[in-house]
Design a protein around this ligand. Structure first.
Ligand SMILES: Cc1cc2nc3c(=O)[nH]c(=O)nc-3n(C[C@H](O)[C@H](O)[C@H](O)COP(=O)(O)OP(=O)(O)OC[C@H]3O[C@@H](n4cnc5c(N)ncnc54)[C@H](O)[C@@H]3O)c2cc1C
Length: 322
């Protein structure tokens, strides 16, 4: 059995980020994982950009001014400007972030499925191999922590990419009775996530983007309790799944990894996770059933404190105060 300070479980962006942070802190680390996450878009908020910049020395992604919300007639409901509050919002492909992080990482990686995690730092692989973490196990793989506060969405999402975008400066959200779409530009082209009636999206794009070839996602939202089990820290989608339309999954997870290695209290991370989970559920419930709830959600967010909350900069982590 191999012993190291830190064992990181997973091969996604979060696992690689955790490996970089561990090595920067002088810890001996190994990463174990299997498979590769599927392609998707990412919106990176101010806090995540600061964390990535501080750790990797460079800003990533395509800068956007904010989010424009339209109704099904494509009339403007809200123009939420992050730049007005001095907050950044960048978009990028998941694979681009993965390559960016991989180029900066030299952590040894072992390919294989993890089947057992134990609180004393034992990590058992399907092929019989095992590792022991002297300090901690950072787990990014779902399935080892019981999901709580579960909300099953009845909506099916489709996600894919197009090579042109009518508004290259902003995320456009169509959010109205029976229809939802997010169009996220990258500079050249855009990512689309949609649910329900596609007609307003098709009108906005000036034609069908090839929806029948898009990846279908059946999403559920949940927020676990007990992020820590002995030496194991469950982070990102190992601990909770927030809806992609809130653009918070990776953003929150980067913050949590940063907090773990900085030795900060995790209670605050949990509160933030739960707030984001509740916000996602509220937005999701509002589609097609209550324009009032939808408008209320945006009104709560479209001001300086709301945008700070969304950008992850409202937080009062001890290590950030200095
Ligand atoms: C369509 C879509 C859009 C999104 N948009 C945003 C956004 O705009 N902003 C944002 O912040 N977040 C967004 N998210 C969420 C974000 O992508 C995830 O929260 C984040 O990527 C999770 O981190 P990860 O990539 O490391 O995890 P995962 O992709 O879940 O990776 C986990 C890794 O662990 C490996 N693994 C799994 N099981 C095992 C096992 N038993 N043993 C070993 N390895 C294992 C997997 O193969 C994988 O490599 C979006 C998600 C989707 C689906």
């Amino acid at each position: 059995m191999k012993e190291t300070d830190v064992v990181i479980v997973g091969r996604g962006a979060l696992a690689i980020f955790a490996s970089i942070v561990a090595r920067r802190r002088g810890l001996d680390a190994v990463r174990v994982g299997t498979g590769l996450p599927f392609e998707r878009f990412l919106l990176l908020h101010e806090n995540a950009l600061r964390i990535l910049e501080r750790t990797c020395g460079e800003v990533v992604g395509h800068p956007l001014k904010g989010i424009r919300v339209l109704d099904r007639g494509l009339d403007l409901l809200r123009d939420m400007s992050f730049s007005r509050y001095g907050l950044r919002l960048h978009a990028m492909r998941y694979s681009a972030l993965l390559s960016f992080l991989r180029e900066r990482d030299d952590t040894p990686e072992v390919e294989g499925r993890v089947v057992v995690l134990e609180g004393d730092g034992l990590v058992r692989m399907e092929d019989g191999g095992a590792f022991r973490a002297r300090r901690m196990v950072v787990n990014t793989a779902a399935g080892f922590a019981a999901p709580r506060l579960r909300f099953r969405h009845r909506k099916v999402f489709r996600t894919g990419f197009v090579d042109h975008c009518p508004d290259p400066d902003r995320v456009v959200q169509i959010n109205d009775a029976g229809t939802y779409a997010a169009i996220v530009p990258f500079g050249r082209g855009a990512a689309i996530a949609c649910s329900g009636d596609p007609a307003p999206l098709v009108r906005f794009l000036g034609g069908d983007p090839g929806l029948s070839d898009f990846r279908e996602l059946h999403l559920e939202t949940w927020c676990g309790t007990g992020m820590r089990q002995g030496r194991i820290f469950h982070v990102g989608e190992a601990m909770r799944r927030v809806h992609p339309h809130t653009g918070q999954g990776l953003n929150r997870a980067l913050d949590t990894v940063d907090a773990i290695f900085a030795g900060d209290e995790l209670f605050r991370e949990r509160v933030y996770d739960c707030l984001m989970w509740a916000g996602g559920v509220m937005l999701d419930l509002s589609w097609g059933t209550s324009p009032l709830l939808r408008d209320l959600s945006y009104a709560v967010l479209d001001n300086a404190p709301g945008m700070k909350l969304l950008s992850g900069t409202m937080w009062w982590r001890r290590s950030r105060a200095s």
